[in-house]
Write a protein that binds this ligand. Structure first.
Ligand SMILES: C[S@@+](CC[C@H](N)C(=O)[O-])C[C@H]1O[C@@H](n2cnc3c(N)ncnc32)[C@H](O)[C@@H]1O
Length: 355
């Protein structure tokens, strides 16, 4: 094996393994804390509502995580993207975010126990954002509306996914490369809708630094965080707006991406947003969605579909998991090219036909 390949593999392991250990450790601590709190409130044994559907054991989960990371490494070795930099921040930043994560747990627990999810729906916010958006998704404090929520979000997501969230996001990049290969990246445009704190756009810019990218999100706080996260990147802009009314011209983008957004949209909005993605794509352009696996995709994981929206406030998840994206896309002129598994996510690839 060439030395360069050994170096790449070691560097990959050195960057990813401690990261996974860090977030898995948070997950274990979180479960211990919730179990202690739960037993104090109700000593009866816990009954999880998996609806008699199978759930993977820990060995299976770690095995599937390993497959994801091996695919990620294979993409690097194939030259699709460089050795990824997760940019979690300096040690003090990572520690501060960890503290924020744990500090927020009691409030999340109280919300979950009370089934409280509309704290961000106020007289002031209801004039500014759609009703469906003004919820405490995942029972998180501040919903999508506060800087504290934006600051805690990435730790929460990485803990939820055992440190694989970034690796799952990166599985959209090989699908983009098919569209960008051999073309002058300075003349190509990509729009990421529901860009959140900008983690996916960071990986896009690591692979194509000269690409013109736009992040669109309805949250001022998350957009602010994304802008800061990508402040050293040129040709990057952010727009505060709705996926269902994208403020960009028709046929203007070579690629549109969206990561972990569509399961959070009501069915009606999901349809409109998909139509908007199709509208702004150039003919021959590509839409890539990375989101949860759906019903039937992973039979051994089916029980997680039942339990996820019970533990996290996810009001549209059960409609998402049965949504037929192939038909929805076809209705707006997009063709489903393929779906690729990425641990508990899948990458759905749609092309807009050329004239
Ligand atoms: C689950 S987060 C995903 C963020 C990011 N894409 C990621 O990879 O983690 C959903 C994001 O979509 C935004 N969002 C939700 N509904 C939206 C809509 N209709 N239009 C634009 N942004 C929306 C939220 O503000 C939030 O930042």
């Amino acid at each position: 094996m060439p030395v360069s390949r050994i170096v790449t593999r070691v560097a990959y392991g050195v960057s990813q393994l401690p990261r996974v250990a860090w977030y898995v450790g948070h997950g274990l601590a979180l479960r211990q804390l919730s179990e202690v709190t739960r037993r104090q409130e109700d000593p009866r044994p816990r009954r999880r509502a998996y609806a008699n559907k199978p759930v993977p054991d820990r060995v299976r989960i770690y095995g599937d995580m390993a497959k994801l990371f091996l695919q990620d490494l294979a993409n690097v070795e194939a030259g699709i993207y460089p050795l990824p930099a997760d940019h979690d921040g300096s040690l003090p930043t990572v520690l501060r975010r960890s503290r924020l994560f744990f500090d927020d747990l009691p409030a999340i627990h109280r919300r979950r126990e009370r089934g409280a999810y509309n704290e961000v729906l106020t007289e002031e916010t209801r004039r500014k954002r759609p009703h469906y958006y003004l919820q405490n998704f995942h029972f998180q404090s501040g919903g999508w509306m506060t800087d504290e929520s934006a600051e805690t979000y990435d730790t929460q997501v990485e803990v939820l996914f055992n440190g694989t969230a970034n690796a799952m996001r990166r599985q959209a990049l090989p699908q983009l490369q098919e569209v960008f290969a051999g073309r002058d990246q300075r003349k190509l445009r990509l729009l990421d809708i529901g860009c959140g704190t900008g983690r996916f756009l960071d990986f896009v810019k690591q692979a194509w630094p000269r690409l013109l990218v736009t992040g669109l999100d309805m949250s001022e706080a998350y957009t602010r965080h994304a802008r800061h996260h990508l402040k050293h990147r040129s040709r990057t802009s952010f727009v505060i707006g709705k996926a269902e009314a994208i403020p960009l011209p028709d046929n203007s983008q070579e690629a549109v991406t969206s990561i972990f957004l569509f399961h959070e949209l009501p069915p009606r909005v999901r349809r409109t947003a998909l139509g908007e993605c199709a509208r702004v794509l150039k003919p021959g352009g590509r839409l890539i969605l990375v989101d949860s696996f759906q019903r039937g995709d992973q039979p051994d994981y089916e029980g997680l579909i039942e339990v996820f929206p019970q533990s996290y406030h996810e009001p549209y998840f059960l409609s998402y998991v049965k949504e037929d994206f192939s038909t929805l896309a076809a209705n707006c002129g997009l063709t489903l090219v393929r779906s690729v598994k990425a641990f508990v996510s899948k990458v759905m690839v749609f092309d807009k036909s050329s004239p």
